[in-house]
Design a protein around this ligand. Structure first.
Ligand code: NAG
Ligand code: NAG
Length: 178
């Protein structure tokens, strides 16, 4: 009995620690289009610096006039239980972020099919730093935009994305609480 209790306490502690983690380093990013072969790559958004400061060497950037525009993150280990997503968009370009949607999904289908965590409401421009709670188990995180800029259409310019959550460790629970 006391051994079982000990295991339970240990497991609870582990879960708490893992919950603090940004899982974005454990996956890959893609996007709807590229500006060129070197700059504005999708994975720049999951690498530091944690900032809205824009530069094509540190932020992702889709090509002009491609509709819809999206950025997609996929976990390399399958699924994760996500708790919160932080998005740092390009400074001073909130109008290009206008109308964005953020999804957690189990497929890479475009338009996204899954759970809509957040949709930027009308009217008004979004805050370029978004902290979006989204308690969902999923394989992909998709930033999706069909609106964006009046001249160039939707664009994705993400300088940093953190995906906070829990690794999918239900196996642990089954083992400890049969
Ligand atoms: C993904 O699939 C899992 C397992 O079927 C399910 O529990 C979860 O709710 C799904 N996530 C979304 C975002 O649809
Ligand atoms: C924008 O979001 C950030 C992060 O949540 C917050 O610190 C800041 O106060 C917000 N700015 C405005 C104008 O709401």
């Amino acid at each position: 009995m006391s051994l079982v209790l000990l295991i339970m306490i240990h497991t609870t502690f582990k879960l708490t620690v893992i919950a603090q983690h940004n899982l974005a380093p454990f996956g890959t990013a893609t996007q709807s289009s590229l500006v060129d072969d070197v700059q504005g790559k999708p994975h720049f958004a999951i690498q530091p610096p944690i900032s809205n400061a824009f530069n094509l060497a540190i932020c992702s950037h889709t090509a002009l006039s491609s509709k819809p525009a999206w950025w997609m993150f996929q976990f390399s280990f399958g699924s994760a239980y996500i708790t919160e997503i932080k998005v740092y968009y390009r400074a001073d370009f909130a109008y290009r972020m206008d109308g964005f949607k953020l999804y957690v999904t189990n497929t890479s289908t475009i338009p996204p099919e899954g759970y809509l965590c957040y949709e930027d409401p009308d009217p008004g421009l979004p805050n370029i730093t978004q902290i979006i709670p989204c308690n969902q188990l999923g394989k992909y995180v998709i930033y999706y935009d069909t609106k964006g800029d009046e001249t160039y259409g939707p664009l994705v310019e993400l300088c940093y994305v953190a995906i906070n959550g829990l690794c999918y460790i239900i196996g642990y629970s089954i083992f400890v609480f049969p």
